[in-house]
Design a binder for this molecule. Sequence first.
Ligand SMILES: [Zn+2]
Length: 147
Amino acid sequence: MTNDIRPVILNAARTSIRMRSRVVADVVRHARETAPAECCGLLLGGDAAIEEAARTRNASDNPSRFVIDPADHIACRRDARDRGLAVLGFYHSHPRSGAVPSATDREEAAYPGHLYLIVSLAADVPDLRLFQLDQGNFRSIPFVTVD
Ligand SMILES: [Zn+2]
């Protein structure tokens, strides 16, 4: 089953996480295409870095929320496993608010230890911030962009 792929990177005591620059570019592009609605997707990678952002449909019809489409979620996990990548977490956009978890984000976060990347389009320059769900709280984690 898909649950046997644990996000090993998350269990290590890390002070920062590496993220490929294409992940940043892809997430920002997806957010801009989807605005004013929120976009969402999965973060794939391994021990070394967040390697890819995999788009999913947003199953919410409320433009200020996101629900990762369940079928896309399953398909993405299967595809990642086939390619030897782990699902490290999720991303979504805040078209008009800052890159911090909303009350709804906190209520609906369901994957302990996973990474949650939020991209905000509220300012002229997109703002990306990374969090880890740690015992029900979002803990901010710095990331380093690498080519
Ligand atoms: Zn949010």
